[in-house]
Design a protein around this ligand. Structure first.
Ligand code: UCC
Ligand code: FAD
Length: 525
């Protein structure tokens, strides 16, 4: 009756309809490609173990981790620089969920899996990358300290310091610990006010020697993420007895330092302020004054940039994982929602225009996904006995490419994903907007898109003939793809793209030899 209908809106009632929310399912079992790629790349016995771990971890993400990540977004870090009596205290307050997420990272072996020498090198990196990929969108940005922790382990090991240098050895052991109470994490302080891309042009931090490898650092670090970490790698210019320091890249050396001492006192560091950011709000990012911070030099003098590049090449892979995992998360939620939301009398899923939108997103995401697993495969190969110098050269090339490409693609794609929820996608309480906010950082930090494009050229101009290796690898893949007749047109497009690339690079090389400079068509690049 008309009275019955009207009563739906009486008093506190807001109508009889409530839209079912999208549901997060086990991201491993829900993923269309992950299991297939692991089956293809891993030896059978390893696959069974890895698959079991990922399946279990996927359940934990749904039942526990996703909510911790959400709470970290809702309870953001803050800084109390002074106490009530005017004493400088630099008290950083993070929520308990953030600390719990970091403990879970250790317990689940998100770093240690990558370095477990009992396991084949390829398997351990593929396992680690798969696990990080599942974890990332629920991780409340605890993946940021994990990236830098992984990068720090890699750097100290590559520089030959593990088992040779007391502080580095303790640091590595703590960074790979599976004990959530004992595990350390690392920061990476490169950016200063004058420059984050042009690190050498920006670096005004000076290192004054105390004795042997021990120095005191003076400078201002402009962006320092995960500032609740235990150690950091940073760059500074060594000052000689006359007070002079070398300019440019060759003046920079790499230092390792504790952020606090065993009593919890900051090591000659002041946290000046926390950044007020568009996204990554869960993550404490600070401006730091280094006022005599004690540090040990860990590179040869003047080899700081080359040293920290070991870290960059790892954190860039982590960054790509975050970009692609964000894409995957928004698609899986949007797909689920399309089976729950009725529009114009049909489920979204039954409208071809809507499914075409989802399909377009799916294709792009799968492409990026395959690229991160190619970088993980190459990383694993280079770290295992099976690796060749060709693998190392290709890894050097693929790393900036996957970082720049996935970072660039994820922002518009996640924006499209948000639109799939209509107005609800714009509403903070749904948790959806933070997926877009957090995506926008991935093309910026760890090297912007253009800076990484230049890094691709740096990789091409290295000692190895990377261009030929690249063509060889693509041609192998094309030959394999040629067995599938439906791929004929796609293969022709890739071949055409390769020809254009060859011609552009040929022109650039010619111009570099003659010193004339070249106009490279940016679209064609
Ligand atoms: O942004 C940050 C965020 C931290 C949060 C972590 C999040 C991780 C993701 C989490 C997921 C949720 S930390 C700051 C990041 N900053 C950057 O990425 C800097 C961007 N700028 C560059 O990448 C530049 O290309 C520079 C600074 C690396 C290059 O500067 P220069 O001064 O022009 O350097 P050169 O002279 O070209 O290179 C110096 C040496 C060379 O070696 P040698 O001397 O042997 O020839 C280069 O080949 O360093 C070597 N090198 C590399 N080696 C430079 N780049 C690389 C590389 N990528 N790999 C290997
Ligand atoms: P700029 O270098 O000034 O770049 C501005 C623009 O100029 C960009 O578009 C860039 O592509 C372009 N550009 C620069 N050089 C060239 C060139 N040669 N050719 C063409 N274009 C060019 N840094 C750390 O060291 N540690 C951290 O923990 C950290 N955390 C961060 C957290 C957040 C949330 C953010 C946003 C940044 C963080 N950063 C950190 C800093 C980050 O790495 C830098 O912001 C980034 O590398 C860019 O440097 P910049 O800000 O100085 O920009």
């Amino acid at each position: 009756s008309s009275v019955g209908r009207a009563s739906l809106f009486a008093h506190a009632k807001t109508g009889g309809f409530a839209q079912p929310a999208p549901v997060l399912r086990n991201p491993y079992r829900d993923d269309p490609l992950l299991d297939r790629i692991l089956k293809r790349l891993l030896p059978r016995a390893d696959y069974d173990k890895v698959s079991h771990d990922l399946s279990k971890f996927g359940d934990r993400i749904v039942s526990e981790i996703d909510e911790l990540g959400r709470q970290a977004e809702l309870n953001q870090p803050r800084l109390e620089p002074y106490d009530a009596w005017g004493n400088r205290v630099d008290n950083l307050i993070v929520c308990k969920e953030w600390n719990r997420l970091k403990e879970i990272c250790a317990e689940e072996g998100l770093i240690s899996i990558g370095y477990d020498e009992k396991v084949d090198g390829l398997t351990r990196r593929l396992h680690q990358v798969a696990k990080l990929y599942l974890f990332s969108p629920s991780a409340g940005l605890s993946t940021c300290p994990m990236a830098m922790t992984d990068g720090c382990v890699k750097t100290l090991k590559t520089l030959g310091l593990y088992d040779n240098h007391r502080f580095s050895t303790e640091t590595v052991n703590r960074l790979v610990s599976r004990d959530g109470k004992k595990a350390w994490t690392s920061g990476q302080w490169m950016t200063e006010k004058k420059g984050g891309s042009d690190v050498a042009g920006g670096c005004d931090t000076y290192a004054v020697q105390e004795k042997e490898n021990f120095y005191r650092l003076y400078g201002y670090k402009w962006f320092s993420s995960a500032i609740d970490a235990d150690v950091a790698l940073t760059l500074a210019r060594v000052v000689d007895k006359q007070g002079n320091a070398a300019e440019g890249t060759r003046g920079l050396s790499l230092f390792l330092l504790r952020i606090k001492d065993d009593n919890g006192h900051l090591n000659g560091i002041q946290m000046i302020k926390l950044k007020n950011k568009l996204g990554t709000k869960q993550l404490p990012t600070a401006e730091l004054l280094l006022d005599g911070a004690q540090a040990e030099i860990v590179s040869d003098p003047g080899r700081g940039v080359a040293g920290i590049a070991n870290m960059l090449n790892i954190t860039r892979i982590h960054n790509s994982i975050a970009s692609v995992a964000g894409m995957r998360r928004i698609i899986s939620l949007a797909r689920d929602y399309s089976t729950r939301r009725t529009v114009f009398g049909r489920l979204q899923a039954d409208w071809p225009l809507h499914t075409a939108t989802l399909a377009k997103m799916e294709v792009e995401t799968r492409g990026c996904f395959l690229l991160i697993f190619e970088s993980a495969r190459l990383l694993g190969m280079t770290e295992s006995k099976q690796g060749t110098s060709e693998d190392s050269a290709l890894l050097r090339l693929v790393t900036p490419i996957v970082k720049l490409y996935a970072g660039k693609q994820c922002v518009p794609l996640i924006s499209e994903g948000i639109e799939c929820f209509g107005g609800q996608g714009y509403i903070e309480d749904t948790g959806l907007p933070s997926i877009l906010r957090d995506a926008q950082v991935t093309p910026i930090w760890e090297g912007t898109t253009n800076v990484l494009s230049l890094d691709v050229l740096r990789a091409f101009s290295g000692k190895e003939d990377v261009i030929s290796l690249f063509y060889k690898r693509i041609n192998e893949l094309l030959a394999n793809a040629g067995k599938v007749s439906e791929l004929k047109d796609v293969i022709a497009k890739v071949e055409n793209g390769l020809k254009q690339l060859q011609s552009q690079l040929g022109k650039a090389t010619q111009a570099a030899k003659s010193g004339s400079g070249v106009h490279v068509d940016a679209e064609k690049q």
